[in-house]
Write a protein that binds this ligand. Structure first.
Ligand SMILES: *[C@@H]1O[C@H](CO)[C@@H](O)[C@H](O)[C@H]1NC(C)=O
Ligand SMILES: *[C@@H]1O[C@H](CO)[C@@H](O)[C@H](O)[C@H]1NC(C)=O
Ligand SMILES: *[C@@H]1O[C@H](CO)[C@@H](O)[C@H](O)[C@H]1NC(C)=O
Ligand SMILES: *[C@@H]1O[C@H](CO)[C@@H](O)[C@H](O)[C@H]1NC(C)=O
Ligand SMILES: *[C@@H]1O[C@H](CO)[C@@H](O)[C@H](O)[C@H]1NC(C)=O
Length: 500
């Protein structure tokens, strides 16, 4: 198979058909992904609240709870402050350390460029302060709620969407030309096409994120100096996670330059043309199969995947370096990595590759990410802490337990704090609670915090709330006797894969 592309695959001025790599996933991926859409998160760490030893020898893992998606209305008002206050009081009573809350770009800067309104957030943070709860805000630069059942719909600011009307390439685009309007493509990180409120002066996407963070810092500094806010999570992609929307990529990136640099201009026209489609199984494609020409492990495949994952890491660095400058050295900053656990037990790890994580049997993708995080002192946030391998569909080689173990070990190896979350609803689920506890302690060390997804009306039903309270108190005193080692399992499984 050669790398020549037909006219329909070549780059066009409008870039509509430039899907570079497609999602290899199962329907279950789509379901999973949608169900966590914009349940953006928490990191849970903080300089003071992060895990510490208790006097009885256990470790104290602070627990944060995610607020409902509709806590702040689209008009910028707090949604039912009395109910919020009562709910906060209840979670505080069972020992919850703090809350996580999306600070939506589409609400705060929705009116006009550089016109910010944080009023509802200030009210909420004040309530938390009065109740003795911490706050972990998330700079949420993505859209919330395009999915059935989502409690809120919060698009990007309308003046940003307007730029997209003339220039739709600001959004990720798949091979069928579908635009994904949930997050700006990393291709516009450094392209000055967005209004600044000052005629004749445009901003890049990274400028917009920076201005937003600066305004937040200015408004919220009293909560930072009083210790209510100890950690800020920075949204870096769809659902707040540093990843591609799985699996579209637009072409105003520098693939062709990079290809020329390695003496292979023919690699620079588009991504692999045999990577399947959203619901393909890896073995149905050329790119993710074993022993096929130009597959993921060929010289071409390695070139492409290094470039593709490298662009994503550079995107993270573009924003996180600004965040570190704006917020300063004395506050924890977190970035979130998606828990792409399907196809973990295959050599190529197709689903992780398409999300932008170059992690497989031959390459430690989370190491490269951790290295970038370490450069800016960023906490590593990860999810699917509650998941158990044998509860996943048996035909997609899922390995959530091993993926958590790998990312945790890698983050720690690079000296990062590692915070966990659950991915799906676990109300009243004691087995999930027990798995979370198992995953929160490894090799004599506790994770830096746990964030519970999410505060809902049904969480306060008696049985569910008891299970929640028990989880909080277990995480406040965990020790090795409660943990089952998975590191040894993962390393032996990886060895088996390498032999295949
Ligand atoms: C900010 O939003 C709140 C809630 O919608 C509103 O009452 C207030 O007037 C706004 N502030 C400014 C300066 O526009
Ligand atoms: C600003 O960006 C718009 C596209 O959104 C473009 O038409 C305009 O020429 C740019 N202006 C400057 C001064 O760069
Ligand atoms: C491509 O972009 C990346 C990230 O922006 C940059 O580090 C790299 O130098 C660029 N490569 C070329 C050939 O321009
Ligand atoms: C913490 O757990 C240990 C055993 O795992 C127990 O001995 C101790 O009493 C617990 N401490 C508290 C404060 O519950
Ligand atoms: C957690 O670890 C304990 C002790 O190793 C084990 O008995 C238990 O089954 C594990 N729980 C889950 C949900 O895997």
């Amino acid at each position: 198979m050669n790398r020549q592309f037909s006219a329909t695959h070549s780059r066009s001025a409008t870039a509509t058909s430039s899907l570079l790599i497609v999602l290899i996933v199962l329907i279950s991926f789509l379901l999973f992904n949608k169900s966590v859409y914009c349940k953006i998160r928490l990191s849970t760490n903080s300089k003071e609240a992060k895990s510490t030893s208790t006097t009885t020898g256990g470790s104290y893992v602070p627990v944060y709870i995610m607020m409902p998606l509709d806590t702040v209305n689209n008009d910028g008002t707090l949604n039912n402050p009395t109910k919020i206050y009562n709910n906060l009081k209840q979670v505080k009573q069972v020992g919850t350390d703090g809350i996580m809350i999306d600070v939506w770009w589409g609400i705060v800067e929705g009116l006009a460029p550089k016109v910010y309104n944080f009023t509802a957030y200030t009210q909420l943070f004040t309530m938390c302060q009065q109740l003795g709860l911490k706050v972990e805000p998330v700079m949420s630069f993505h859209q919330c709620g395009t999915n059935v059942g989502d409690a809120a719909y919060i698009p990007l600011p309308k003046w940003v969407l307007q730029v997209g009307q003339n220039n739709p390439d600001i959004f990720y685009t798949d091979q069928n030309g579908h635009r994904d309007r949930e997050y700006l493509s990393l291709g516009v990180d450094n392209v000055a096409i967005f209004p600044s409120g000052t005629p004749g002066k445009n901003r890049t996407a990274v400028d917009m994120y920076s201005d937003y963070m600066s305004s937040f810092m200015q408004t919220m500094s009293p909560f930072i100096s009083s210790g209510v806010i100890e950690v800020i999570e920075i949204g870096l992609g769809p659902a707040g996670e540093m990843r591609y929307p799985s699996y579209q990529l637009q072409n105003n990136l520098n693939l062709s330059q990079s290809a020329s640099q390695v003496g292979h201009a023919d690699w620079g026209y588009a991504g692999p043309d045999d990577a399947g489609y959203y619901n393909s199984f890896p073995y149905q494609t050329g790119f993710f199969s074993e022993n096929t020409a130009d597959n993921y492990d060929s010289p071409y495949g390695k070139f492409f995947l290094s470039w593709y994952s490298g662009q994503l890491i550079q995107h993270g660095a573009n924003i996180l370096s600004r965040a570190r400058n704006i917020f300063g050295k004395n506050i924890r900053i977190a970035g979130k990595i998606a828990g792409i656990h399907w196809w973990f037990f295959s050599s190529s790890h197709a689903a992780e590759l398409t999300a932008g994580y170059y992690n497989n049997a031959f390459n430690d993708g989370y190491g490269a990410i951790s290295q970038m995080f370490a450069q800016y002192d960023i906490d590593f946030e990860f999810t699917c802490m509650e998941m158990i391998d044998n509860e996943q569909p048996s035909n997609c080689a899922c390995g959530p337990q091993e993926l958590v173990a790998q990312t945790r070990a890698t983050a720690w190896k690079y000296g990062l704090e590692y915070g966990g979350e659950n991915a799906l609803d676990i109300e009243g689920n004691y087995q999930a609670n027990s798995q979370i506890i198992n995953q929160s302690f490894s090799n004599g060390k506790a994770i830096s915090g746990f964030t519970y997804l999410r505060m809902t009306d049904t969480l306060f039903a008696q049985g569910n709330f008891n299970a929640y309270a028990q989880l909080v108190s277990s995480l406040h005193n965990i020790s090795s006797s409660k943990y089952e080692k998975v590191e040894s399992i993962i390393s032996s499984l990886k060895k088996q894969i390498n032999k295949q």
